[in-house]
Write a new protein. Structure first.
Length: 366
């Protein structure tokens, strides 16, 4: 389909055009530098209109009505003049419920659309967040992400103030469902589901925890949808020379051991490097369990059940990826039996706790 997108270069517009392109739609992009002739031409070609263009930070209040209300009326008139009955998605705002000039200008635009008798889908969006939102403009969340990623201070006047949020990809997905015909609720006020509520104080705490997670090797919880989407947003504000970071490698004469990722609910991942002939381990766990995956070199992983004499051996190598489970109650060791350094990925079901390591020394081979 040919999709006319007004405000195509804006925050939501730029994200949406990527979604539309990936869905194999043709985008007809109208923005502030486009002409009325462009708009007329796009209307003639269009099968659907997504009306995102608007004004939210004007120099005078009159600009609210010119950019939000009057332009919407103009768009409607041009569509009707073309003789086409184009369906329209309109990005309104929850502020349309409020008595301020921005809200009133959006509400008047809604009224024009409903009165037009066109097939309209009016969405009142909350505060929208996601990648590429402009910082230091009209989004505290974007500004917080930008500043914290750059070690700049942030200002919070009221930590308890709660803000309602929509995630930009949820909006794009919803709009594509409407365009594709899988969602056809129209002629009433619509809202994006889900909407997230978060206080400014909690928002700042989460963002600072993301920044500190590099040092602690923790990754945010993926069980909380808002936290997962906020973390994705935060990463998009990293400095381009700051994508990488060092890990704390514990190096000795045997090789190295490095913690890579820790999670609150899914354990931790570490990387073990051993020089040829080196034996590591010779311990067992009561409750902690692990998985070993040798990705380079050749290793012998041996087990002995506590209280028995039988030794079990698995030979693994980077030539064939095999995961070896480390059951509780089995003392175990890993030996590099190759001629080059071995590299083994080690997963444990819980982050290492020095106060309760659940690790007890006992040689596998007596």
């Amino acid at each position: 389909m040919n999709i006319l997108v007004t405000g195509a270069k804006g925050f939501i517009g730029f994200n949406l055009t990527l979604w539309l392109q990936n869905a194999k739609h043709t985008i007809l992009p109208y923005d502030i530098d486009s002409s009325e002739e462009d708009l007329i031409s796009f209307i003639k070609q269009a099968d659907f209109v997504v009306h995102l263009a608007g004004v939210n930070r004007p120099l005078t209040k009159e600009e609210f009505y010119d950019g939000n209300t009057n332009f919407t009326k103009k768009l409607i008139d041009l569509i009707k003049k073309s003789g086409k009955n184009l369906p329209i998605i309109f990005s309104s705002s929850i502020q349309a419920e409020l008595d301020n000039d921005y809200g009133k200008s959006k509400r008047m635009a809604e009224d024009f659309l409903f009165a037009s008798k066109l097939n309209v889908f009016v969405y009142r969006l909350s505060n929208v967040f996601g990648k590429w939102c402009r910082p230091n403009y009209n989004s505290a969340l974007a500004t917080f992400c930008y500043n914290i990623a750059r070690n700049l201070p942030i200002e919070i006047r009221d930590r308890d103030y709660v803000v309602h949020y929509n995630y930009v990809d949820d909006i794009c997905r919803e709009f594509l469902d409407v365009i594709g015909g899988t969602k056809r609720e129209n002629d009433k006020i619509l809202y994006i589901n889900p909407t997230y509520d978060c206080s400014l104080g909690h928002l700042a705490d989460l963002l600072y925890s993301f920044k500190e997670s590099r040092e602690k090797c923790f990754v945010p919880s993926s069980k909380d949808e808002f936290e997962k989407k906020l973390y994705a947003t935060y990463l998009s504000y990293l400095l381009e020379d700051g994508f990488s970071y060092d890990l704390n490698m514990h190096i000795d004469s045997r090789g190295s051991f490095t913690e890579f990722i820790k999670t609150p609910n899914h354990g931790q991942v570490s990387v073990n490097v051993a020089h040829p002939g080196i034996v590591k381990g010779n311990h067992y766990h009561q409750t902690k369990n692990e998985k070993f995956l040798t990705i380079s070199g050749t290793c012998s992983i041996k087990f002995r059940k506590i209280g028995t004499d039988k030794v079990i051996e698995y030979i693994v190598s980077g030539n064939k990826f095999q995961v070896v489970d480390i059951p509780t109650g089995y003392t175990h060791s890993i030996t590099n039996i190759g001629t080059t350094d071995s590299v083994t990925i080690m997963w444990a079901n819980e982050p290492f706790d020095p106060e309760n390591p659940d690790t007890f020394y006992e040689e596998v081979e007596k």
